[in-house]
Every structure is written in C-alpha cells, then in structure tokens.
Design a protein around this ligand. Structure first.
Ligand code: MN
Length: 250
C-alpha cells in the first residue's frame, strides 16, 4: 500500500516526530537529522519526495539542495520546511529550486495535502514524456501552445503580466469582501478570477477559486478565508513560475 517513500530531513526532534507520525500514516519514510545524512541517503536509495528543513547543523537545507542539484542526486520534488514567515523569503526558496515550501508551525491537513499534491504531480511527470516539464496544475501548457499560434512571446508575456496585476487587485477585493462577509462581492470577484485563470490555463488558481465560490455560497467563512489564503499562495507560485523562461520552451 505504502508505495511512495519520503525522506524527512529535520534536526528538531519534536518536529521530526510530528512529520513522521503524519507521513507514516500514508507513506513509508526515512529520517535524516541534517543535510549531510540526507545526501548520504539520496546516493543510496530512491525517494519520491524530500522534505527539507532549512536550519540544521552540519549541512543546512539550502546547501543540501545545492549539492542535490549539482550532483543530480534526485529528480523528485524537494520541499523546503521553513520557519521564515516573510513572503519574499518564501518566494526565494522557489527561485533556488525547491518545488514548494511549508511554513512551520505546520498545519497537519495542509501539510499532508501539499505532500500528496507533489507526490501525484511527480507521478504524472514520470509517466509522461520528457515534455512534461510544465506542471499542468500551475499552467496548462496546451493553452500556452494555443496562444503561441497566434501571438508573439511578447504579447503572451504582456497577457500574463496583466493577469497577475488583475489577480492582485481581485485578491484585495476578495479580502475586503470577506471582512464584510459580503457574499455578492465575493462571488462576483471569484467569478472574474475564475474566468481569467481559466482563459490562461492557470489551473490551480481556477480550481481554488471554484471551490471558494462554493464555500461563499454556503457562508462557510472559515473555508472562504482559507480559500483566499490559498489563492494568494497560488498566485505567488504562478508568478515565480512564469518568470522562468522555459514556459516558452515547450
Ligand atoms: Mn532546524
């Protein structure tokens, strides 16, 4: 049953036990206490996902990632587990090459969802050809290909820039509508966001907007708030993603 294997890299005993308890319910795992040990494991066995703490003795998470990249030790996603709360820091983790980041203290449900997401993503990529370098969940490559038939790269880049600007302002409006518990404004702005993201193939944003719409209709404010948080998070991921030039190298 537990066909996927996760490498947990964490020096803090309490955190490591928590991760082991959560991950152990669904996946098999091994634990390393620092980056050096993680490198050692990765040279010997295959892991489907690596959960990498940032601050550790002997070798920290960033040095370990660099070593992994340099020596091509794995193609599996490496997720940063970070105590830094600053959004700019979190984005820099993606730029370094981490597949995602999880902020401590973790929320068990989101923690497991994130791991499940990356494990399934990884699955799809290995099943498909080399071409699958573009995760469909962030940006649907077929839609970009379609746009490229009729538009220059510059035009598409401008469209993406506009989309990001619109998304920022829609998210602000959503936050205000949420504070006011204004269902009408929530639905209206979510509807626009759904339309925009659907057009561009920003699938993760589309799917979260769609779910949040349902929650708004049901007046489930806790989930609406979570939805808006997730949309902000997804927008950052999308933004970082599209700045990488390979979106046009399909
Ligand atoms: Mn640590």
């Amino acid at each position: 049953m537990k066909s996927k294997k996760v490498l947990i890299v964490e020096d803090n005993d309490l955190n490591r036990k928590l991760f082991e308890n959560l991950i152990g319910q669904f996946y098999s795992f091994k634990s390393a206490f620092n980056g050096l040990e993680a490198i050692d494991y990765l040279t010997k066995e295959h892991f489907d996902l690596i959960l990498m703490d940032i601050q550790m003795p002997k070798m920290d998470g960033i040095s370990a990632l660099k070593k992994i990249q340099h020596s091509e030790l794995t193609e599996s996603p490496v997720i940063a587990v970070t105590a830094f709360a600053e959004e700019s820091d979190r984005i820099s983790f993606l730029k370094m090459g981490f597949s995602d980041f999880i902020t401590k203290p973790i929320r068990p449900k989101e923690f497991l969802e994130s791991i499940a997401f990356h494990l399934s993503n990884n699955n799809r990529q290995t099943e498909e050809s080399e071409q699958a370098s573009l995760p469909e969940t962030i940006l649907d490559k077929s839609i970009i290909l379609q746009l490229m038939k009729y538009n220059s790269q510059e035009t598409i880049k401008a469209v993406i820039r506009d989309f990001l600007l619109d998304t920022s302002s829609l998210l602000k409006k959503l936050e205000i509508a949420f504070e006011e518990k204004n269902e009408k404004d929530l639905l209206e702005n979510l509807h626009i966001l759904k339309g925009n993201s659907g057009t561009l193939g920003a699938n993760s944003i589309y799917l979260i907007a769609e779910k949040t719409e349902t929650f708004a209709r049901a007046h489930n404010w806790t989930l609406v708030e979570e939805g808006i948080e997730k949309l902000n998070h997804e927008k950052s991921i999308f933004e970082t993603y599209v700045t990488k030039k390979f979106i046009f190298e399909l």
